[in-house]
Design a protein around this ligand. Sequence first.
Ligand code: UT7
Length: 343
Amino acid sequence: MMTRARLAGTGSYLPETVVTNQDMSGIVDTSDEWIVSRTGISERRLSSGESTWHMGAQAGREALAASGLRPEDIDLVIATTVTPDYYTPSLACIIQAELGIRKAPCVDLGAACTGFVYAMDAAARYLATGGARNVLVVSSETLSKIVDYRDRTTCVLFGDGAGAVVLSAIPEDSDEPGARILSSCLGAEGESGGFIVSRALSIDHPFILDADAGATGRNRDRFGCEGERFLRMEGQEVYKFAVRVLQESLQKAVEKAGLTVEDLDWVVPHQANIRILETAARRLGLPMERMVVEIAGMGNASSASIPVCLDRMVRDGRLVRGQTLGLVGFGGGLTYGALLLQY
Ligand code: UT7
């Protein structure tokens, strides 16, 4: 894949409520020392009522404004979240209505923490085939809805927030230099899905024939979490997976683009744990100065973490036109993906 496309605008939104490690140690048996040394997280932002769609719309509005485009120029909206407010309408449809984008098809894409990278890959393919000219990608997460604040192994990790980008096609005959999507490498290991589970509503209607359907296997809870309301994660297993796929998918994407890791100005990874990023960087031979780390102030905001990083990099001037970036996500599914682009 080599698509002439430009990140035309970025936006982000983090809720105002700051919850420090000190605050966390007031509700579970943990400490600032443990959280910082094991994860790199100092504080996270948690929703004080902001919904997933509200945060997503704020980020999307900012990205649209930065792009200089009008709502009617957007011809596809892709949203990603593991914490939607409704089964229907989709997050993408609500954002479309909030931003006054008319008619454009709207779809939510489910790839957990890798959602943004999958969505960028899909957007690039729409642009490449002429199926769209300007795509709004919004990732918004309210993990605090599904986190168990009695479980110290997960509650210290996650935060809420949203990030968005507008990805625009550049006509083939344009002499505008640079910007393009260079390559991608996506994948999933569904057999390991049980390592991160958050259950949706289960069947409960008056016409269930077999009260023991669960036991017979028809209505079997695949992951042994019947009645559980909260997210569950086997941290160490996910950790090993994350280090492996971060390295492998990035390496494959780099090879596909005919580049080497040294050609990357920035790697923008999913912000889950600084130790994952440090280990992967070491294995890739990538200096940490080129690995973007924003986890200290935001925690793990699932699919929102990469676009929030991108927005910060654009706004503080770190990201310069012409630079080459590797975006890398990993998480629930289990899913992973790397996408290379020239900004
Ligand atoms: O976004 C989706 C992708 N998610 C990830 O990438 C997460 C990947 N996993 C991780 O980042 C890490 O595995 C964690 C941060 C979740 C855990 O770090 P760890 O170094 O793997 O710790 P551990 O699970 O091996 O636990 C070590 C010890 C245990 O105590 P014992 O059994 O050694 O006595 C835990 O009970 O740390 C204990 N522990 C805590 N102690 C203080 C676990 N959580 C806490 C806590 N505060 N919050």
